[in-house]
Ligand binder design. Structure first.
Ligand code: PMP
Length: 423
């Protein structure tokens, strides 16, 4: 990629040696490193504007509010959502997990009568179905499993093919007339497989089900347009898209956000509060943003979005795709099995692999001793590992700052693992 050295040079954390080797960071699916612009945006906010947003009458509060709302617009632009005042479709959350819990809790509240007539479209009960997939992160699986328990609805799921891809071709049978919610991942955090969404979204909408898309692993790597995709809700975390930890975003079609009851209650989300009758909640997004918000982190997340747009989403995807192809060569090493699609077009650069006879923790430590950071374990996605007959795996994952040489360093290290452990 033209300008690669300059882009990589913007990430201070990458400029270090680990165990005597230049760091190769291949763990961006867990969390991405941050460019200097993002790190500085957070401290600049504290140095100049820091104040509570929306309600203050003073200059710093006004500036903070502007910064916060600018970030909301930057985030909206990254995913093609509406940011116009009164039409906002981005809700600030504490991360993807919080966003998914917000939705599952709000649907549960609607099932118990919260939100009145308008919220009935979110209500579930016995006989209704919620559909997920075997590839889901526990952050999708568990909140919706709990929603089923709470409402008496049943959980259904898409199976996976031999390369770990969600069987979108079974949409017509998996999503029945009784389905109310389909919560599915856009890209798996284990296999890197990109879900073929069209048949799933078409069928879900045919039966009147709402589609929630987990875009945690797609937003950092692929251009996304939530309107063009036609999803109803989408959730992701800022820290995987070069932004700070502790914040994330929920996209909701405006009309749906207006009908959805809140999931969390407190300050800054009511128009009127009484002792003797229910409160009147504010319009979205404020209705879903109870309590003091992580303003500095949101502002920095907005800068991260702007930074990605400036680098260019197509350019990021193209650059990482070359590294993905290189990482897939790991499968040529004797005893190494890739868990996921073998074609770079069907996936992103999140490449999980198994080394026969060597525990992932040993693989992780061995490559770490050579300065290479990868992830080991079940990556909070146990069902997909079970699908491959495993409990845990090794996972290398790319960011825009990686190079083909990084993938080669990993290849070289993994090539020595089995001999080192005597298998
Ligand atoms: N979904 C997917 C696909 C993920 O990769 C992750 C993070 N590993 C999550 C959800 C949860 O994100 P967070 O831990 O930032 O809330």
């Amino acid at each position: 990629m033209e300008g690669f050295a300059e882009i990589r040079g913007q990430f201070p954390a990458l400029d270090q040696e680990v165990h005597g080797h230049p760091l190769v960071y291949l763990d961006s699916a867990a969390t991405a490193q941050k460019p200097r612009q993002v790190i500085e945006a957070e401290s600049r906010f504290y140095e100049s504007d820091n104040a509570g947003v929306h309600r203050g009458a003073h200059e710093l509060a006004a500036r903070s509010t502007m910064d916060f709302e600018r970030a909301r617009s930057q985030i909206a632009r990254l995913v093609g959502a509406d940011a116009r005042e009164g039409h906002e479709e981005i809700v600030v959350t504490a991360g993807a997990t919080a966003g998914l819990n917000l939705l599952a809790t709000a649907f549960g509240n609607a099932s118990q009568g919260s939100g009145g007539e308008a919220a009935k479209r979110f209500a579930l009960g016995p006989g209704d179905e919620v559909v997920v997939s075997e590839a889901e992160h526990h952050s999708v699986l568990l909140p919706f499993q709990e929603l089923c328990r709470r409402t008496g609805a049943s959980l259904k799921w898409f199976g996976l093919d031999e390369e770990g891809r969600i069987r979108s071709d079974t949409a017509d049978s998996v999503i029945s007339e009784r389905a109310k919610v389909v919560a599915i991942t856009h890209v798996s955090n284990v296999t890197g497989a990109i879900t073929e969404l069209e048949p799933i979204i078409r069928r879900a909408h045919e039966v009147g089900a709402l589609v929630i898309l987990d875009v945690c692993q797609s937003v950092p790597h692929l251009p996304i347009d939530v309107h063009a995709l036609g999803v109803d809700f989408a959730v992701w975390s800022a820290h995987k898209m070069y932004g700070p930890t502790g914040v994330g975003f929920l996209y909701g079609r405006r009309e749906l956000l207006e009908a959805l009851p809140p999931a969390s209650f407190g300050g800054s989300m009511v128009e009127l509060a009484f002792l003797d009758k229910p409160a009147q909640y504010m319009a979205p997004p404020a209705r879903f943003e109870a309590g003091t918000q992580p303003v500095a982190q949101v502002v920095a997340a907005g800068v991260a979005a702007e930074w990605m747009l400036q680098v260019g989403l197509e350019r990021i995807a193209e650059h990482e795709s070359a590294i993905t192809a290189e990482l897939l060569k790991l499968g040529d090493i004797e005893g190494v099995r890739i868990l996921g699609p073998t074609s770079p077009e069907a996936r992103i650069g999140t490449v999980a692999f198994d080394v026969a006879g060597v525990h992932p923790h040993d693989v992780g430590q061995y490559v770490d001793s050579r300065g290479i950071a990868i992830r080991v374990g079940h990556h909070c996605a146990q069902p997909v590992h079970r699908h491959f007959g495993l409990f845990a795996s090794n996972r290398a994952s790319t960011g825009v700052y990686n190079s083909v040489e990084d993938a080669d360093r990993l290849y070289e290290a993994v090539s020595g693992v089995r001999a080192f452990f005597g298998v």
